[in-house]
Design a protein around this ligand. Structure first.
Ligand SMILES: C[S@@+](CC[C@H](N)C(=O)[O-])C[C@H]1O[C@@H](n2cnc3c(N)ncnc32)[C@H](O)[C@@H]1O
Length: 274
């Protein structure tokens, strides 16, 4: 892994997100996945596609150290073996414009499409942008989903998962799930039902208390895994834990899902390189 995903940039005039220092851990992981994915798969598939469901503005300023780095989408464009196409979804218009401007000035030769809006609502548009699979056009995608919260519907993953796609999904289980359990447990709240794709999750949570020991985090992680297995992803639990840097508290997981056994090697290599 000779690619360094931490790419410093100069300040410019476009919108830049302020993020915690742990974002650098996330950038290292997503960058290494992209690198290993394209270098390992380019001979076996005709087209490789990168999908970023929560793409951001392209640059992120790390709090405390005040340094600016390329974010997920631009890291994915910086790898030595590029993807054949980049599909980037961002809800915020200003961030999407910033992302586009930065791509135009740094990556003139990449094939990309920016979709502005809620990625959960844009699923058909996203799928339309993925080149059609055919006998002589084998298409494999790598999808990074990096929401702030549990704001990613399982229906979105289910639809994408009908294609050949590996996923790296940020699971805000601690940061959002556990912290907001009381709010989410209220009957009128649909967040967890949509996240897990399980409208009756409260009944399951009560019925399976012995399995998860009343621990909401374990319940969310286990159920997500089961839901992925239901849509034919491999039955493994491959999660990279991201902690805060000051007090080393768990913040979120980056969970990797694949339908192919070679994903074991990807995960293990990447976890070892942290
Ligand atoms: C945690 S940031 C991730 C940014 C980027 N992936 C990175 O590497 O830093 C989440 C981004 O998703 C955008 N966003 C939030 N909800 C969204 C949604 N439903 N669909 C698309 N984008 C969304 C936010 O505006 C924000 O830019």
């Amino acid at each position: 892994m000779d690619f360094n995903p931490h790419i410093l940039v100069e300040e410019d005039t476009y919108e830049t997100q302020d993020v915690g220092p742990w974002a650098l851990d996330k950038y290292k992981l997503v960058g290494n996945y992209c690198n290993i994915f394209t270098s390992g798969m380019k001979e076996k598939w005709d087209q490789l596609v990168y999908i970023d469901l929560f793409a951001g503005s392209g640059h992120a300023k790390i709090r405390k150290i005040n340094k600016i780095y390329r974010n997920s989408a631009l890291i994915a464009m910086s790898i030595p073996n590029k993807f054949d196409k980049y599909i980037l979804c961002e809800q915020d218009k200003n961030k999407a414009e910033a992302l586009e401007a930065r791509i135009k000035s740094n990556f003139q030769n990449v094939n990309y499409k920016i979709l502005v809006g809620n990625s959960n609502d844009l699923i058909l548009e996203i799928i339309n942008e993925i080149p059609k699979y055919g006998k002589h056009n084998k298409v494999l995608s790598f999808c990074f989903a990096d929401p702030y919260s549990l704001n990613l519907k399982f229906d979105t993953i289910r639809e994408l998962g009908k294609l050949f796609i590996d996923f790296l999904i940020l699971q805000a289980l601690q940061m959002d799930g556990v912290r907001n359990f009381e709010t989410y447990y209220k009957l009128e709240n649909t967040k967890v039902a949509e996240y897990l794709g399980l409208p009756n999750w409260r009944d399951i949570f009560k019925d399976e208390l012995d399995k998860h020991d009343g621990k909401f985090l374990k319940f969310l992680a286990d159920k997500y895994q089961e839901q992925m297995v239901n849509i034919k992803y491999l039955d493994w639990k491959k999660m990279h834990l991201i902690n805060t840097h000051d007090s080393n508290l768990p913040l979120y997981y980056l969970a990797y899902f694949s339908k192919n056994e070679r994903g074991h090697d990807f995960f293990d290599k990447i976890e070892r390189s942290r």
